[in-house]
Design a protein around this ligand. Structure first.
Ligand code: GLA
Length: 383
């Protein structure tokens, strides 16, 4: 059954047509490829149009917004071929603008926190936009998640995808240098979602781009992810202070709730009386990946929902991953499927350099200089 579905999907993908198998719907791509299709999603207060791009390949379907490069929905089949949207989000642009906790968004210039929004580079100190207590989070008050990106669709061989472009001017959110960012979302014939980040600058600056998809492999709005099984290839993590700023130590995970080297459920140790779990109200930490920085993406995490059989595997070139267990989802949002999102209803696995690296000489550098090209790749594979 599984094999025959895969065979049909593979054949359809190779032929570049929609496969209709099992309980397949109408002409809409089931496992085959659909070139990106653009539709008006809504308008910002100033009249700027926001578009939604739909694309599909190899059994994965996604919708991406020009606002924030947001993955508004990502649908994959369960073990019986039934599709669900496994990414939390909203139905309207108004909701994204008013209250989104970065649902599905591209994050820049700097993923996660910078202590007091301050850092010194080449002897000059910079004050960033502060938007999380005393700290700067995810690029400041108007980060890349709240910008309208230029989107260019492509199809190349058996791949379909989108190039997203955003230029952040010198001084935006306090960051030095004009930063030209290009992010490519590719859906492959295997249904993998690949993200390639690139950036250049005209003055020395810091960069740490990531993606903030909130995963629930049972489908968004279907309860918590505490039964999801998670494995992370990391022997150490970066403990934090009460403001979630790393202390600078690389702490072994061994013997602590942070040990995901063997597969365990997200919920197994989340209620342990560990100071770090109190600070984060759950998991909200950067794992130091054993593989380190790599030229090509390497497998670092596996997430599985045993009930549906849906599995997500993540490979990255980055040295860290922020595992955030949706702790601040507080029952105040109604999501795209019409259900309220509550604490633990999703989790994020944000591949990245470590938080607050600009102030941590012991962490891998996030400095980008003129003439250099920032590059980072993360691949999400689904089974
Ligand atoms: C990241 C942070 C969390 C939280 C979320 C967004 O994962 O580490 O503390 O801010 O983003 O709500």
């Amino acid at each position: 059954m599984e094999t025959s579905r895969r065979t049909v999907i593979a054949a359809a993908a190779a032929a570049g047509v929609a496969a209709t198998v099992g309980a397949a719907g109408p002409a809409q791509a089931k496992g085959g490829s659909q070139k990106p299709v653009k539709k008006l999603f809504g308008k910002l207060a100033d009249g700027t149009r926001v578009y939604s791009w739909s694309l599909a390949n190899g059994g994965t379907r996604m919708k991406v917004l020009s606002y924030g490069g947001i993955v508004q929905s990502l649908e994959i089949p369960d073990r019986r071929g039934r599709y669900a949207n496994v990414s939390l989000g909203f139905d309207t642009i108004e909701d994204y603008v008013a209250k989104s906790p970065y649902f599905g968004a591209l994050i820049g210039r700097y993923g996660n926190r910078i202590d007091k929004g301050r850092f010194t580079l080449d002897g000059t100190s910079h004050q960033l936009s502060v938007n999380d207590g005393a700290n700067s989070l995810h690029g400041g008050a108007q980060g890349f998640d709240k910008r309208v990106w230029d989107v260019e669709p492509f199809s190349k061989g058996s791949d379909v995808g989108l190039h997203l472009y955003y230029t952040s001017v010198d001084g935006e959110m306090g960051y030095p240098g004009t930063l030209k960012a290009k992010v490519t979302y590719t859906l492959t014939a295997h249904g993998d979602w690949r993200i390639d980040y690139e950036a250049t600058t005209d003055k020395a600056t810091v960069v740490n781009l990531t993606s903030h998809v909130y995963w629930n492999l049972a489908g968004e709005g279907n309860g918590t992810v505490y039964d999801h099984e998670l494995k992370i290839a990391a022997s150490r993590y970066t403990p934090v202070d009460s403001g979630l700023i790393p202390t600078g130590e690389l702490e072994p995970v061994s013997g602590s709730p942070f040990d995901f080297r063997r597969t365990k459920t997200v919920g197994e140790d989340i209620r342990e009386a560990h100071q770090q779990l109190l600070y984060g109200q759950g998991f909200d930490h950067n794992w130091v990946l054993d593989k380190g920085i790599t030229a090509a993406p390497e497998q670092i995490a596996t997430l599985k929902d045993p009930s549906s059989g849906r599995t997500l595997q993540i490979a990255t070139t980055e040295p860290g991953v922020q595992f955030y267990s949706g702790n601040f989802l507080d029952g105040t949002f109604v999501g795209s499927g019409g259900h309220i999102y509550r604490q633990g209803d999703a989790l994020c696995l944000e591949t990245q350099h470590f938080p607050d690296s600009p102030n941590q000489p012991g962490f891998p550098s996030t400095v980008l200089r003129p003439g250099q090209v920032y590059r980072s790749t993360t691949v999400h594979s689904f089974n």
